[in-house]
Design a protein around this ligand. Structure first.
Ligand code: CUA
Length: 331
């Protein structure tokens, strides 16, 4: 499916040290699908460009002004109208349905995906693995394992772009965005920031290393981890004294957070909110925004006290809190 692109010429980079192929390597489970759709769009564009230019030139010659020859204008033709309405409609629908299929595939991460936190800032990428290892501008991932990225920016809009995986997703301040990939080929791939974000935007680059799972384990062991995001979050939960209000005792001043993840939170004043990363983040920074039903607006804002990485740690901890024993379903 992708071998077609291998025929395209390669370009030399400015220093001549590396070749910059016109097409990046195809190294994820979706890259072949993205390329096939892209090839179709290019093919349709070329077909109609050639057709239109050929007709323009052909008619120009055929109906040029000559003595005794007159072109007869066509005034209304139902078959013609139907032809140039239905054919483009059919092509547009193919593009729409096919595009939507590929889009949903690239947007929805498999539920068993390994989650890595990504924090973008001017001008670097900070990554943290679920097992705690941290990296800056480098990302090591195992081949054959779906990897979901939970991403947020500390300042302006950035965009996480790995051409070889055909993924590009904006990383914005104030809310989480996610993307996912599953690398299929071991190797080293470019990571770019694809959103102009200031003076050193062009230097906000990195490398993704897709490793054999065994090598990935070896890398994890060598990279060392002080604590996992969940452990860091558990400590913060205590040190920020979240646990004085958010606990399971009756009459607690805040809702118990155990087992809430992924469910619906009923709000004071009506409506509900999905208990997810964005909701938890908002509730820490701006507790009054979506107050849980049955609780008073007592919680202070922690805006300015916790950074994005600490918020991610708190979220990892809250996400890990299992439902209380009584409410737990049998496995
Ligand atoms: Cu970050 Cu461009």
């Amino acid at each position: 499916m992708t071998s077609w692109f291998a025929l395209l010429p390669a370009l030399q980079t400015y220093d001549g040290s590396q070749t910059a192929p016109l097409f990046p390597p195809s190294a994820s489970t979706v890259s072949g699908e993205v390329d096939a759709l892209y090839a179709f769009l290019v093919g349709v564009s070329i077909f109609f460009s050639v057709l239109i230019f050929a007709l323009v030139i052909g008619f120009t010659v055929r109906f040029r002004r000559r003595p005794g020859v007159h072109a007869t204008p066509i005034e209304g033709s139902l078959p013609l109208e139907l032809l140039w309405t239905l054919v483009p409609l059919a092509i547009a629908m193919v593009i729409f349905v096919w595009g939507a299929k590929v889009y949903f595939r690239t947007v929805r991460a498999p539920s068993d995906a390994m989650q890595i936190d990504v924090t973008g800032k001017q001008w670097m990428w900070k990554m943290q693995h679920p097992t705690g290892q941290r990296e800056i501008n480098d990302l090591h991932v195992p081949v054959g394992v779906p990897v979901k990225l939970r991403m947020i920016s500390e300042d302006v809009i950035h965009s996480f772009y790995v051409p070889a995986f055909r993924i590009k997703r904006d990383v914005v301040p104030g809310r989480y965005s996610t993307t996912w990939f599953e690398a299929t080929q071991p190797g080293e791939y470019h990571l770019f920031c694809a959103e102009y974000c200031g003076t050193k935007h062009s230097q906000m680059i990195g490398r993704v290393f897709a490793l054999d799972p065994v090598e990935y384990q070896a890398w994890l062991a060598g990279a060392g981890a002080a604590e996992t995001p969940r452990e860091a979050g558990a400590k913060l939960f205590t040190s920020l004294r979240c646990d004085t209000c958010h606990n399971s005792q009756s009459g607690a001043r805040g809702p118990d957070l155990a087992g809430r993840w992924g469910g619906k939170s009923v709000l004071r004043g009506g409506g509900s909110a999905t208990f997810d990363a964005d909701h938890v983040r908002e509730s820490i920074l701006n507790p009054g925004a979506k107050l849980a039903l049955g609780y008073e607006p007592l919680m202070p804002s922690y805006s300015g006290q916790v950074g994005e990485e600490q918020l991610l740690a708190l979220i990892a901890y809250i996400e890990s809190l299992a439902a209380p024993q009584g409410a737990k379903e049998k496995p």
